[in-house]
Design a protein around this ligand. Structure first.
Ligand SMILES: Cc1cc2nc3c(=O)[nH]c(=O)nc-3n(C[C@H](O)[C@H](O)[C@H](O)COP(=O)(O)OP(=O)(O)OC[C@H]3O[C@@H](n4cnc5c(N)ncnc54)[C@H](O)[C@@H]3O)c2cc1C
Ligand code: SF4
Length: 609
């Protein structure tokens, strides 16, 4: 445990980083390898010696949700399904278990102070190595038009950089993560690669579900596109890579890969620590970003250290560096900036002269479609997803409605229906759970007939940036440290809803081509994540893609950071992560987060000289 320090004239570190997720860890590793002295302040628990503890917690958990293996424990009493109260935790985080009508606005259940009109449905971790502890591992590149939505389609906003600016950094990020994919599959919709480029590992094999969908869909025309089922680039080893094993097909990528064939940021974090130049302070919550004496640069980051998830405070201090990097993800980073009022010198928070901090919160609202294949496709073997339909990620239709990518799921009805558990219970207990239903050989035959044909598709719909979708500080909801919890305002625009409606039409068409029986819930009961559009009712799910809130731009008046992720207001303050994305596009965000972090690390090294 590092002792509390007082700010001094000479900064103690070259760089102070808040957060040890993939973006913070990538920055730390680059700087550490270059011989720079780095301190990471990490709100969450320490890195474990191995993941056995997480696996044990996961096995014991009555709900196998993404957060279930990690610290703090989801339940204060798992036997009675009692969720831990965020008011009593030092570093709480949201969970998908608090998205129901009776919990999403309940202060003792939901960490987020959700003001609606609808619920923000995605979650994140506050533990060592961050949210990609429980990610799936999908590592898609953006397509070139994603960076130029305003100039191409007259909607949304352009990024201050292009695909060409990121191309090499994508390659470096793919090497660090260890991505399995084939260049020939990924060169679509304008995505290019340097001559001779190869991914670190070949693509993982397609599942039988993928092959079933491809047989019915490949070559079909829709919305001006020729549809193709494409293997999905993945941060999962298709062969041994960097001392980690090849994927064994356990279908448990979310929330935890039991053999660590899936990359998680502890890989990069450990490598950063092994440079000998990187120090990390766990259970240490950054509480304010403090101005230097010139009132322009940053002079320190104040922190509070605690003892265990619900323990007491054991230290306070201020970390000093030449440069500061915030990598606390797209809800905690703006929260920290807004909390940093510097005794009234920055009443609207740090880096917020544009009033853009906290605004434009986005996600990929997911349209889920699921059903039974017309033949056995044997899901629940292999990764959760190995392929998707990427053909509709871009096209002229983006002038009028949101685009989407389609993820083909290989975990049966686990996501929409909680299987394989739910069907089993329903069969054994009967519909009203009070009688003995099917048993013996009949039960096995029934379940085999169902489980072997189950599949689902997830449509990741791009969401428009909306300044009123925002993170602010809750005036009344606090955590155990007395810090304000994030208050969230969130809704979907008509452009996004039109994309959602198109996703349903596309799903119906795909199921018809496959001859599959669709059981998608098309008449959801009204709830925190439902909406009506043109006479139809819809329910959306969170994708875990928390984006926006500290947008990057070419103009200090309308954005928080420049193209190098340096804040316009403070020359020695950088922001990493998807909070800087001006738009969300359709790709899962983390490869682009990693590429931007590596690019920013080069800028920081240049600035440090
Ligand atoms: C279920 C799920 C599946 C996903 N699957 C994919 C996928 O397949 N592909 C993909 O591209 N993306 C995926 N994502 C998204 C991905 O996990 C995130 O984009 C990524 O982890 C963000 O990295 P980050 O470094 O920006 O933030 P994080 O990983 O969230 O790291 C932030 C760190 O900051 C720390 N922190 C927070 N507040 C403070 C504070 N005040 N002081 C000190 N430290 C603090 C946290 O403890 C954490 O360690 C998924 C997300 C979820 C929820
Ligand atoms: S399928 Fe299994 S072994 Fe492969 S990455 Fe997922 S959890 Fe790990």
């Amino acid at each position: 445990m590092t002792a509390a320090t007082e700010p001094t004239a000479a900064p103690a570190y070259d760089v102070v980083i808040v957060g040890s997720g993939i973006s913070g860890a990538m920055m730390a590793k680059q700087l550490g390898e270059a011989g720079k002295k780095v301190l990471i302040l990490e709100a969450g628990a320490p890195l474990p010696v191995n993941i056995d503890g997480y696996l044990h917690t996961f096995f014991q958990s009555p709900a196998k949700v993404p957060e279930s293996p990690y610290i703090p424990n989801l339940f204060s009493d798992a036997a009675t399904f009692t969720l831990a109260n965020p008011t009593l935790l030092n570093a709480p985080r949201p969970t998908v278990l608090t998205l129901s009508a009776d919990s999403w606005q309940n202060q003792s259940q939901s960490y987020l102070d959700q003001q609606g009109p609808t619920a923000f449905a995605s979650t994140y971790e506050r533990t060592n190595a961050g949210t990609a502890r429980h990610w799936l591992g999908t590592t898609l590149r953006h397509v070139p038009h994603d960076f130029a939505m305003r100039s191409t389609y007259g909607v949304e906003i352009d990024w201050p950089l292009t695909y060409a600016d990121l191309e090499d950094w994508y390659g470096q990020a793919e090497a660090e993560i260890g991505v399995s994919a084939n260049v020939a599959d990924q060169a679509y919709l304008g995505i290019t690669f340097p001559a001779g480029y190869e991914y670190p590992m070949p693509a993982l094999p397609n599942t039988l579900v993928d092959q079933y969908v491809a047989a019915a869909v490949d070559g079909k025309q829709l919305d001006g596109a020729t549809l193709t089922v494409t293997t999905t680039p993945a941060g999962r080893n298709s062969r041994p890579y960097q001392n980690r094993r090849a994927c064994g097909g356990n279908t448990n990528c979310i929330p935890i890969c039991p053999i660590q064939a899936k990359y998680d940021p502890s890989v990069t974090l450990n490598a950063a620590l092994q440079t000998g130049n990187v120090t990390i302070q766990y259970q240490t919550v950054a509480v304010s970003v403090d101005l230097a004496g010139d009132d322009t640069n940053i002079g320190g980051i104040s922190w509070v250290q605690y003892d265990g998830p619900d323990g007491g405070v054991v230290g306070r201090g201020t970390a000093t560096g030449t440069i500061y990097v915030l990598a606390a993800h797209a809800i905690e980073t703006p929260k920290l900036l807004l909390m940093s009022t510097n005794g009234g010198k920055t009443p609207n928070g740090i880096a917020n002269s544009s009033d853009q901090v906290g605004r434009n919160l986005m996600d990929h609202p997911l349209y889920l479609a699921w059903g039974l294949a017309s033949k056995q496709v044997f899901p629940y073997r292999g990764p959760l997803s190995t392929s998707g339909i990427e053909s509709l990620r871009d096209g002229a239709f983006r002038e009028d409605r949101a685009a989407f990518r389609i993820e083909i799921g290989n975990e049966g009805w686990n996501f929409p229906g909680g299987d394989p558990y739910t069907s089993l219970l329903a069969e054994v207990l009967g519909d009203d759970e009070s009688q003995i239903g099917t048993a013996g050989a009949a039960l096995v035959a029934t379940l085999n007939g169902r489980y072997t044909r189950q599949f689902r598709m997830a449509f990741l719909v791009e969401q428009t940036p909306d300044p009123e979708n925002r993170v602010t500080l809750s005036p009344t909801w606090k955590d155990k440290l007395g810090l304000p919890r994030p208050q969230i305002h969130y809704q979907l625009s008509d452009y996004t809803k039109a994309g959602f409606a198109a996703a349903r039409q596309t799903a119906d068409q795909l199921f018809a081509w496959m001859g599959a029986e669709q059981v998608t819930d098309k008449n959801p009961a009204a709830g925190p994540t439902t909406f009506s559009y043109e006479g139809q009712d819809y329910i959306y799910y969170g994708a875990g893609h928390v984006v926006g809130t500290c947008r990057m731009g070419g103009d200090a008046a309308t954005s928080v950071v420049d193209a190098n992720l340096r804040t316009w207001d403070h020359p020695n303050l950088y922001i990493l992560g998807s909070s800087v994305f001006p738009t969300i596009a359709t790709a899962n965000p983390t490869l682009t987060i990693a590429a931007l972090a590596l690019r920013a690390a080069a800028t920081v090294l240049t600035q440090l000289g």
